[in-house]
Design a protein. Sequence first.
Length: 387
Amino acid sequence: MGLRTVLASQVLPALEAVDRSGNRLDNRLLPSCFSYGAPASNERLPEDLLCALWDEAASLSGEPDFGLRAGEQFMSARSFGITGMLAWHSKTAGAALTNASRYAALVIDGSHLNFEHDGQVVSILGSDDPRPKYWSRHYGEAKKQAFLSLLRRSTGLPLVPHLVEFRHAPGMDVALYEQIFGCRVKFSCPRDRLVLPAFILDAQLKTYDPNFCEQHKPLADSRLIVSGGVGELVRQYIRQCFEQYLERLMSSTNLSSPCRGVSQEEVAKGLGMSSRTLQRRFEEENKSNFESELKAASKEVALRAIAVPHISLHEVALATGFCDDRTFRKHFLRWTGVTPRAYRSSLRGKNTTSLDPTRHDQWRGRPAPITNVLSSVGPAEGAGARA
């Protein structure tokens, strides 16, 4: 991976926090985008530089919990750019997490936000990509604390996590971390992880603004194309179509056809462009093509759905666009080297369920799904099934 960049606005909470401590970061250390106050909303910095600025601010403050305090007091939804604002103005916390996941790469290049859900808790997993050579624990801790703070403020709930895990080593007594978070905190883990009670997914946000989301999602999608490529956008759209159709399969006994609506023409329409424009963008980037992204989305959803014991293999096949179980089995064998049944058997006892946590009917008998979570996803009808 090349040099990663981060939204410059991610530095502002550190600058404000160090100012409040009675100190001030030397302006000569700041990049030129800060010359006239706050940087532009889409201004970016190298990740190493951003981390160095956070550590310099923490050093000036002399506070071992600098990042946690800055995240709690000075990191707002606006600090995370359009990604944070779309999450802030979502209808529910589940929808907010969906938006945060979809547009995570707009905050840090190539970053991912994934979910695991077992019906009792939801685990929010950070990216497991290699960290930059210079990493700031204060920045990592600020983001985690801000995430919790924003959820509490937007829902009005006194949310307490079940578990917090960090990739870095502790910067102070672990007991102090546990006192701050109100739960067990672990360090030097494979990836950052925040475990929350599942009820949070249904919580309504006081900050809900449907007009903001409707107006700004096209802008976020266009930025995602620029930052991660059109392939990333297409794959996410198809994946959401598959998951939405799986949701319908689980709640209906009348559906027996595969998911449709994932042809190139249908996907292009759902993304607000013509099929010709979508094809041209693939050709201009020369990184992937529609068929490869369709296959990637099928594989991702199939692997996650198979991990849920009560979803039948036939339902997984239909949800991922295959006309029959035999065709699905052939493709799955090509992807993994084992059959779907053997893959599911290998997962038993590993607690690996990991579908989108905004879907509460992934298990039979659970409540109806949250409405409008995937409002930007088109209907799962039309052409596109594979034989």
